[in-house]
Ligand binder design. Structure first.
Ligand code: FES
Length: 198
C-alpha cells in the first residue's frame, strides 16, 4: 500500500498467502475491489467508501479498501450465524467490551454487525497487523482445533477469530477485529467510514 503516510493511525498490513490449499472444499469467492469513487486522494484522506453488497452470496466474502486497509464484508449463512453461539464461551471478549479498537454501539451484539447476516470488519489482526486468512470450513484441520466452527486464522502467530471477528481466548491478538464505522444507505448499499447522516 502506498498511502501509508496518509493515515497515521493505520498499521501496515501484510497480506500473507499461507498454504492456501483447498482443504475444506468450500468455494468462497474473494473478489478484491481496489478502485472506487471518490478519488484515490479523497479516499486516502479517509473519505467513506460505498459498496454494493447485493452480489455477495451466502458464505462469500468481499474485500474492499478503506483508508488503505482491507475491509471484509462477509454474508454469513444461517449455519455460520449459529456457530457464533458455540464460540461465545471460547472467545476472549464476547461482548466487544475491550477498547483498543472500540466496537461501534450498533455492532455490540453477538453478530458484531448491523444486519445479523452481514459482517463488516477490518481484516487486520489486532496483534501485529497481519491479515488473517479465511478458514470458513468447520471441522478439524491443520493449525485449528478439532471443534473449529469456521472463522479466520492469522498465520503470523496463530491468533484465531470466529465469524464475527472475535478473538479466541489465550491468543496473542489482544482484541477482536475492528468493526469500522459504517451504515446502510439502502438494503444493498453500505457506506464504510461513516455512520451518521449529514
Ligand atoms: S499478527 Fe496476527 S497473530 Fe500476530
Amino acid at each position: 500500500m502506498s498511502d501509508a503516510a496518509a493515515d497515521p493511525s493505520r498499521r501496515n498490513w501484510i497480506a500473507i498467502t499461507c498454504g492456501a490449499g483447498a482443504v475444506g472444499g468450500v468455494a468462497v469467492a474473494v473478489p478484491f475491489i481496489s478502485t472506487f469513487t471518490p478519488s484515490e486522494r479523497a479516499k486516502a484522506a479517509g473519505a467513506p467508501v460505498t459498496v454494493d453488497i447485493s452480489a455477495i452470496k451466502p458464505g462469500e466474502k468481499l474485500t474492499v479498501e478503506w483508508r488503505g486497509k482491507p475491509v471484509w464484508i462477509v454474508r454469513r449463512t444461517p449455519e455460520q450465524l449459529e456457530s457464533l453461539k458455540k464460540t461465545e464461551s471460547q472467545v476472549a471478549d464476547p461482548n466487544s467490551d475491550r477498547k483498543t479498537y472500540p466496537t461501534p454501539e450498533y455492532a455490540k451484539n453477538q453478530y458484531r454487525s448491523i444486519k445479523p447476516e452481514v459482517f463488516v470488519g477490518v481484516g487486520i489482526c489486532s496483534h501485529l497487523g497481519c491479515s488473517p486468512s479465511d478458514r470458513f470450513a468447520p471441522g478439524a484441520q491443520p493449525s485449528l482445533p478439532d471443534d473449529w466452527q469456521g472463522g479466520f486464522l492469522c498465520p503470523c502467530h496463530g491468533s484465531t477469530f470466529d465469524l464475527a471477528g472475535r478473538v479466541f481466548k489465550n491468543k496473542p491478538a489482544p482484541d477482536n477485529l475492528e468493526v469500522p464505522p459504517h451504515m446502510y444507505l439502502s438494503d444493498t448499499v453500505v457506506m464504510i467510514g461513516d455512520d451518521k447522516k449529514a
